[in-house]
Design a protein around this ligand. Structure first.
Ligand SMILES: Nc1nc2c(ncn2[C@@H]2O[C@H](COP(=O)(O)OP(=O)(O)O)[C@@H](O)[C@H]2O)c(=O)[nH]1
Ligand SMILES: [Mg+2]
Ligand SMILES: [Zn+2]
Length: 311
């Protein structure tokens, strides 16, 4: 039985990288499509696809996927109650943000980190466009970077225009599969082109992802810097929502809260108004940042109000 790595999806066809280095196209075998899962895309970039040949047309078909080590999932922006798997089987994430043009909020960062923390996927937070920052911007950035470095996330500062932090970033990618994520326009594709000009990714304005039509189910695309070093570029999303998560589960995906959870009086504590809550105490003593606790509460309210629909 043949298998291969899914590197791109156009909706009905998938590009697959075979172990012999060849790229082929395959479509889904009927059965997979009828799968009753809540995923808008049963097969995602990074999946190891199990392949067979259609005896009649001799087209390649995907008859299944190997069990995933991990994946990044969000609620589908188009289909209420459905999930979109952004990518599977990744070693690390690069969350690219910018202070301005466009602004990346800590709320967005925290929602993404939750998805990565669900599978303990290490995430490096990159602040790009350093060349655009004035003194005020630099102070704002330092405050945000401080929140995340204190709780164990690595921070990199980059500028494509001034060639700053690029080599450092390139070094982080070696021999890994890295998901590149962040809002549209933060410079994801520009950074990757700077690291490897052969990639020739489209930058600025409309990306190559834009014209894939309404029924496109996945939008990530894997590129090889070499046979061991892979990046998954994404077009960037406006929002990152979660579904199918119990409200009391959320704090398990906030790295600094996770370790304090055993100290809450109730083991299903939501850290909102329960007595003897270790999270609230840590927030009041300044050990958990104001920003993170505030974002936690927002996400809690959001998930709580949606949870009923998903049960
Ligand atoms: N000033 C400045 N502009 C940048 C930098 N990196 C990218 N850009 C610009 O930001 C825009 C969006 O970049 P792009 O790579 O397409 O962003 P993506 O949507 O995240 O892939 C383009 O016009 C880039 O030239 C940077 O470090 N500094
Ligand atoms: Mg791009
Ligand atoms: Zn608590």
């Amino acid at each position: 039985m043949a298998s291969g790595l899914v590197i791109r999806s156009t909706g009905s066809w998938y590009d697959i990288h075979l172990e012999n280095g060849e790229n082929i196209q395959a479509r889904l075998k009927g059965l997979l499509r009828l799968d009753d899962s809540k995923d808008t895309n049963p097969v995602a970039v990074g999946d190891k696809a199990i392949l067979e040949k259609d005896p009649e047309t001799s087209d390649w078909m995907i008859s299944g996927i190997e069990e995933r080590n991990n994946y990044i999932v969000r609620s589908s922006p188009k289909h209420k109650g459905a999930r979109q798997v952004i990518a599977a089987n990744i070693d690390q994430c690069l969350l690219i943000g910018t202070i301005d043009a466009p602004r990346t909020s800590t709320g967005f960062i925290d929602r993404f980190l939750m998805a990565a923390e669900a599978y303990r996927i290490p995430t490096i937070i990159v602040f790009n466009k350093q060349d655009l920052l004035d003194e005020k911007g630099k102070r704002k950035q330092a405050a945000i970077a401080d929140i995340y470095s204190k709780i164990g996330y690595e921070i990199l500062l980059t500028s494509v225009n001034e060639n700053k932090g690029i080599q450092e970033l390139a070094d982080k990618l070696v021999h890994k599969t890295t998901l590149i994520f962040g809002h549209s326009g933060v410079g994801k594709s520009s950074l990757m082109n700077k690291i490897n000009p052969n990639l020739n990714l489209r930058t600025g304005g409309l990306s190559r992802f834009a014209n894939r039509g309404m029924h496109t189910t996945t939008f990530a695309e894997m590129f090889f810097l070499n046979e061991q070093t892979k990046i998954i570029d994404t077009p960037g999303v406006r929002e990152f929502g979660h579904m199918n998560m119990a409200p009391e589960e959320i704090s398990h995906y906030f790295a600094e809260m996770r370790e304090l959870l055993p100290k809450c009086k109730f083991n299903n504590c939501t850290h909102t108004d329960e007595p003897n809550c270790a999270i609230k105490e840590a927030w009041m003593s300044g050990q958990i940042s104001e920003e993170r606790y505030k974002n936690y509460l927002n996400i809690y309210e959001e998930i709580k109000s949606n949870y009923k629909h998903w049960e």
